[in-house]
Ligand binder design. Structure first.
Ligand code: AMP
Length: 402
């Protein structure tokens, strides 16, 4: 593979896999959040500045059977023009089909500085199936393949992985966004300065087993919060009332605690909880020791002691990974724990720690509470980042490296 920043794109047609899977308004097709589009602009801009041209390919939504207007990438053209600062006489071109004559002709006649956006890749079933012929057809459109779609790097799809084999090594590379994601993730997983504190939250133990097991090999401390903490309390013989619990994961929780002991990894659970008599913001609210929750009550957030303990552990960290909220942060009355952790991560970062926030809900939380620019890195790839931290090789990364 080549390094994107070292590559000169003059006269080259770069075929870039971007993640333009943005939420659209159902009626007006207006873009509700353009974060993913903005994230790809530096990569596109570098190529254009050097006298190259760009062919963009992406998926959008989950079309079932072929083309559907509501999933057309055409809805993104005018906003892409704005983001690139294009005027009427130099606007983004659009191909109604990602393969076929129209796309080929438009790609063939691109001039330096031009941008062509292809129609939704998932209008073809072959995309998700990782079909080789489909990937080869796409590959013919460009001279160089750039993968900048970290959000889909854990999928072995035609445009994210299979396509790479049709480009010689020096003509395939990661884009700037992808490079940043990989650098941040490797800094945590492979080169973490100690103490390395991992904060894992969210609803279910079952979704986080692999990441916990992998982190037992790397982290100094693991903070476990959110709904999943109660399976651990129950496994240790605690009374957890009506809190979330995965009965079939009690053994897993015990095994994780035993392994942590063997490996000298400190697991921190919230000693107290904010409890409620129903799963609602207007529930009656109280607090309790997390192993003594009365029947009919459920733990929906970390209590005061838990917040203090977690803050203290986080303040001593040199490396921090955060995935998953500490409570039901979507409801005002149960967001204190998640907010406290977001603040502690920001404070530790301010004192020199490297912090990475990855995974849908914790990213939403740092954004919601205004700490996104006070942590070292916020990942754009939920599922992909999770799989990376589970220790899996991501197909989108492996294909470029091969
Ligand atoms: P996940 O997708 O597994 O990271 O879980 C995120 C979800 O977990 C969020 O929607 C939270 O509201 C939910 N959650 C966090 N803490 C709790 C809790 N104590 N009880 C129930 N749900 C929770």
């Amino acid at each position: 593979m080549s390094k994107f920043s070292d590559y000169n794109f003059k006269g080259q047609k770069a075929l870039i896999r971007v993640d333009f899977n943005v939420p659209l308004d159902k009626q007006t097709f207006e873009i509700k959040d353009d974060t993913r589009m903005r994230a790809a602009i530096p990569t596109i801009q570098k190529i254009l500045n050097e006298g190259g041209s760009v062919i963009l390919m992406s998926h959008l939504g989950r079309p079932k059977e072929g083309p559907e207007d509501k999933y057309s990438l055409r809805h993104l053209v005018s906003h892409l023009n704005e983001l690139l600062g294009f005027s009427n006489n130099n606007s983004v071109l659009f191909a109604d089909d990602c393969i076929g004559t129209d796309a080929q002709q438009k790609a063939a006649t691109l001039k330096p500085g031009d941008v062509l956006l292809l129609e939704n890749l998932r209008f073809y079933k072959q995309e998700e199936k990782g079909d080789k012929d489909f990937a080869e057809k796409l590959s013919k459109l460009g001279d160089v393949y750039v993968n900048d779609a970290f959000g889909t790097a854990h999928r072995a799809h035609a445009s994210t992985a299979v396509i790479a084999q049709f480009f010689p090594k020096e003509k395939r590379m990661f884009g700037l966004l992808m490079e940043n994601e990989i650098t941040a993730a490797e800094k945590v997983l492979k080169k973490a300065d100690k103490p390395f504190v991992a904060i894992i939250g969210g609803a279910k133990v079952s979704d986080k087993i692999l990441i916990l097991e992998n982190l037992l090999e790397k982290a100094t401390d693991i903070i476990i919060g959110g709904g999943m903490a109660y399976t651990f309390f129950k496994a240790a013989g605690g009374r957890i009332g009506a809190s979330l619990c995965e009965e079939e994961r009690l053994d897993t929780a015990r095994e994780i605690m035993d392994k942590a002991n063997e490996k000298n990894v400190c697991i921190h659970l919230p000693g107290d909880s904010i409890i409620a008599d129903k799963f609602a913001n207007d529930a009656n609210i109280s607090s309790a020791v997390s192993t003594e929750i009365p029947d009919g009550w459920m733990g929906l957030d970390v209590g005061t002691m838990g917040c203090d303990l977690f803050t203290n552990v986080i303040h001593h960290a040199k490396t921090i990974l955060w995935n998953g909220p500490m409570g039901v942060f979507e409801m005002d009355n149960f967001q204190h724990g998640t907010k406290t952790i977001a603040r502690a991560v920001a404070e530790a970062t301010g004192k020199g720690a490297f912090s990475l926030v990855g995974g849908g809900d914790s990213v939403a939380a740092v954004n919601q509470f205004g700490y996104a620019d006070k942590v070292s890195y916020v990942s754009t790839g939920g599922g992909a980042m999770l799989e990376f931290f589970e220790g899996k090789e991501l197909p989108g990364i492996a294909a470029i490296n091969a």
